[in-house]
Design a protein. Structure first.
Length: 143
């Protein structure tokens, strides 16, 4: 059995993170010591590794909670998890398209601002930002 500090060190997260995960219903101590310390088992460490890996793949804590529920559900199947992974990938690809559009817009502003010594009140970037309406691509539409 592990107290919260040892568990935090083992999985390389802060104690505050573990408390937050507990408040969010992602982990729970298996017991409390006589002095009131949270006590966790090795399964808690595996669960936290799962949470961290899912976060690295872009899943939110709410989505991770859903995955953990699926993981514990007998009638769930791999397709249930796969569909969530596909949905997450599509969300990430949309964000990439949006970021590329933002990058292109900045490239254009930078090109138009050739005179770095010009006073700020005559700055073409400032002027363009004040008058521009930026349209981001809708989900599923390439730019």
């Amino acid at each position: 059995m592990l107290k919260i500090g040892k568990l935090a060190a083992l999985v390389d997260v802060s104690i505050d993170t573990l408390r937050y995960y507990e408040r969010e219903g992602l982990i729970e101590p298996v017991d409390r010591s006589e002095s009131g310390y949270r006590v966790y088992d090795k399964e808690s460490a595996r669960r936290i590794h799962f949470i961290k890996q899912a976060q690295h793949c872009g899943f939110t804590l709410a989505e991770i909670r859903e995955l953990l529920v699926l993981r514990g559900r007998e009638k769930a199947c791999c397709g249930d998890v796969r569909s969530r992974a596909i949905e997450k990938k599509l969300q990430i690809e949309h964000k990439i398209r949006v970021m590329r559009a933002m990058s292109k817009a900045l490239d254009q502003l930078i090109v138009e601002c050739a005179d770095e010594a010009q006073p700020v009140k005559e700055c073409t970037i400032i002027a363009a930002l004040e008058r521009a309406t930026v349209l981001m691509p809708a989900p599923g539409h390439e730019s």
